[in-house]
Design a protein around this ligand. Sequence first.
Ligand SMILES: *[C@@H]1O[C@H](CO)[C@@H](O)[C@H](O)[C@H]1NC(C)=O
Ligand SMILES: *[C@@H]1O[C@H](CO)[C@@H](O)[C@H](O)[C@H]1NC(C)=O
Length: 217
Amino acid sequence: MQSSTNWIQSFIYLTLITISLYLLHILILSDRLTISHHKITIKKHPHLPLRFNSDGTFKILQVADMHYGTGLTRCRDVLSSEFDSCSDLNTTWFLKRMIEDEKPDFIAFTGDNIFGSSTNDAAESLFKAFGPAMDSRLPWAAVLGNHDQESTMTREELMSFISLMDYSLSQPNPLTQDPTDPTKQKIMTEIDGFGNYDLRVWGPPGYPLANQTNDSR
Ligand SMILES: *[C@@H]1O[C@H](CO)[C@@H](O)[C@H](O)[C@H]1NC(C)=O
Ligand SMILES: *[C@@H]1O[C@H](CO)[C@@H](O)[C@H](O)[C@H]1NC(C)=O
């Protein structure tokens, strides 16, 4: 009888401890480990290196001036009859359609990705603007325009943030050898601004140019 009571007590204690830990995890940890309501996950990387296809093509979808706001921000410069039914969501649908129809090898976003004055949360706006690119799992990269910085992030913060997004090949700046430690690299600072970088595209696998890139001499 005695040992059975002990067993039941131990069981109840263990259950209570487990439930407490679980609640602690939900209430405290998972709430804190978010950026703008997004859970932090390890960055997903695209299949690298970038390579030409064996037919000699490399298709780039270039997207400029999405001017993305909160996700529901109204369109500008549309006919007044279109105003009520046009928002950021149209940009999202358009981008999804372009990716599905064109099946690019790479997506290049060339600035004014977000429209700073239409959003008070640059991170949220970036997640929504680049959402279709991340969902597509295609390699993509972005640079900034003048409007990206008009919200809650500086140009350096924007480029760092964008470089950490899933499947992004963006870089805040080129890497250079760290003068204090030749085995390490550091982000170059002797260059104006942020988002200065190049990406290399290699020859198709199994071809004579397989081990060369577009800038090989
Ligand atoms: C935006 O999308 C809505 C819903 O599909 C559509 O009715 C509207 O015509 C679109 N607006 C523009 C300007 O394409
Ligand atoms: C490219 O490099 C790989 C690995 O070093 C080698 O096996 C392959 O033969 C090279 N291909 C060409 C075309 O040089």
